[in-house]
Design a binder for this molecule. Structure first.
Ligand code: ATP
Ligand code: MG
Length: 434
């Protein structure tokens, strides 16, 4: 009888057959403290150079990193911070994703206080906001008894955050306190600015002018269309550096594949791009095709990589040839659509885009809009953005036109592909055609 343990072993064995300890592809950014980030981070040399140049001066700076969804903003931020942690031990670096309904000063306060675990005042600030800290939990557990120690970390989201009454002042105080231990300064990275409502974020930025020009370095991220787009034009003077992140070029994407695979390969960690073993279990040919299809977009790359390796494992092969890749990509395209869970209208837009290949505000015909039930391109935009978010479309702006394109991965596919052709006997298909 096959037990669940056997199934587990078999599953692990299928990955091992590919020469891998695990599937290295992930969709979310890698943890700042982990070795993995170091191993897999690829490219962005020019952008890193621009940021690090600023850090050669004592002058505090404000940096805005912007780029499309899934292009690697969070990972870039984390890479900058991890380098600073190694190179500037006397600098405090703090990372936080902007929580909903919170002002920037309180957000910055939380980020910095979390890094100052041996500062009682910082910890009491967190405690007052209902954010558990190691210190306070320990003190409490000492009062109540040993059992309370088991209180594990509660995630931030689950807790009501009571905003600090004078966050800007509290932050100033905190930064002053940090000065002794961190004479090289404090860097506060606030990620995901435009995952919140744009109007609200605009107000947040407006209210935070004083803080942004204060004692700390700031790095912020957003999408060019949403919040960041606004900042780029209206707050020109606010940022010392506005850094766009674009798709990685094909050479870099290939190197990224090498880095991911070598981080998980069992018996060779070859990273020499001229050695064909560096992309194992991919054949070099399949590796190149894989890179071309992932378009230099790190999140799409990771999503596809995941699907391709899972498919190869299921097929119990030991190499990813072009043929295996095709089956993996087909599975990926299905998974992307499933994950997206599009509603009927979004699906209608997706099919229309797949049919046309691309849609742009300059070239779209009124009839096309009417057919889809929209009065203007801007009404259609949120649907296209939704598709882009799900990696079912890509935005490629040209001159003054906004253009959305269907992904090559999905072109030519249609509803009939949802059924596995292997399930349909050939005769039936032939009869159907007649
Ligand atoms: N330069 C890079 N090298 C290697 N992997 C990367 C790189 N940039 C991003 N990734 C990987 O790609 C995935 C998506 O990246 P990330 O989450 O940073 O994108 P993002 O722009 O912050 O996305 P979002 O707009 O959704 O916040 C992650 O799994 C990340 O580890
Ligand atoms: Mg991000």
């Amino acid at each position: 009888m096959t037990t669940a343990d056997d199934i587990f072993d078999q599953s692990a064995g299928n990955i091992e057959r590919l020469g891998l300890r695990e599937i290295p592809f992930t969709e979310s950014p890698i943890d700042l403290e982990s070795e993995t980030l170091n191993h897999i981070f690829t490219g962005r040399e020019k952008e890193l150079g621009q940021v690090f140049n600023l850090f050669q001066s004592r002058e505090r700076r404000r940096i805005l990193v912007y780029g499309q969804i899934g292009i690697g903003k969070s990972t870039f931020l984390l890479e900058v911070l991890s380098v600073l942690r190694r190179k500037r031990p006397k600098m405090l670096t703090a990372y936080i994703s902007l929580p909903a309904n919170l002002d920037l000063a309180t957000t910055a306060l939380i980020a910095v206080a979390r890094e100052m675990s041996d500062d009682n005042w910082a910890q009491s600030q967190l405690y007052q906001m209902g954010i558990p800290t190691d210190k306070v939990v320990k003190e409490r557990s000492a009062e109540v008894g040993v059992n309370a120690v088991a209180t594990s970390k509660i995630s931030e989201k689950d807790l009501p955050i009571t905003k600090s009454q004078y966050p800007t002042v509290s932050l100033e105080t905190l930064l002053e306190r940090a000065q002794n231990k961190y004479p090289d300064g404090v860097v506060i990275a606030i990620d995901d600015l435009d995952k919140q409502n744009p109007r609200q974020v605009r107000q947040l930025m407006h209210d935070a002018q004083g803080m942004l020009k204060g004692r700390a370095w700031f790095m912020l991220t957003g999408h060019p269309q949403g919040m960041a787009g606004d900042l780029l034009t209206s707050e020109r003077g606010l940022f010392d550096l506005q850094l766009p992140l674009k798709e990685l070029d094909s050479q870099t994407t290939y190197q990224m594949l090498i880095n991911y695979l070598s981080s998980a390969r069992i018996d060779n960690d070859c990273t020499d791009r001229h050695d064909p073993r560096c992309v194992l279990p991919f054949t070099p040919e399949a590796a190149k095709r894989f890179c071309a299809i992932s378009l230099g977009k790190p999140r799409l790359f990771n999503r596809l990589g995941n699907a391709v390796l899972s498919t190869a494992a299921d097929l119990q092969v030991d190499k990813i040839t072009s043929d295996v890749l095709d089956r993996g990509l087909k599975a990926a395209s299905r998974t992307l659509r499933e994950q997206a869970a599009l509603n009927a209208r979004e699906e209608q837009v997706r099919l229309f885009l797949a049919q046309r290949g691309s849609l742009s505000d300059e070239a779209i015909a009124i009839e096309d809009l009417e057919q889809l039930g929209f009065r203007s391109f801007s009404e259609l935009m949120p649907y296209l953005e939704r598709l882009e978010e799900a990696d079912l479309a890509q935005r490629g702006d040209r001159d003054d036109a906004t253009v959305y394109e269907s992904l090559p991965l999905l072109s030519g596919e249609n509803e009939d592909e949802l059924e596995d052709p292997d399930d349909t006997p050939d005769e039936v298909v032939v009869t159907g055609l007649r």
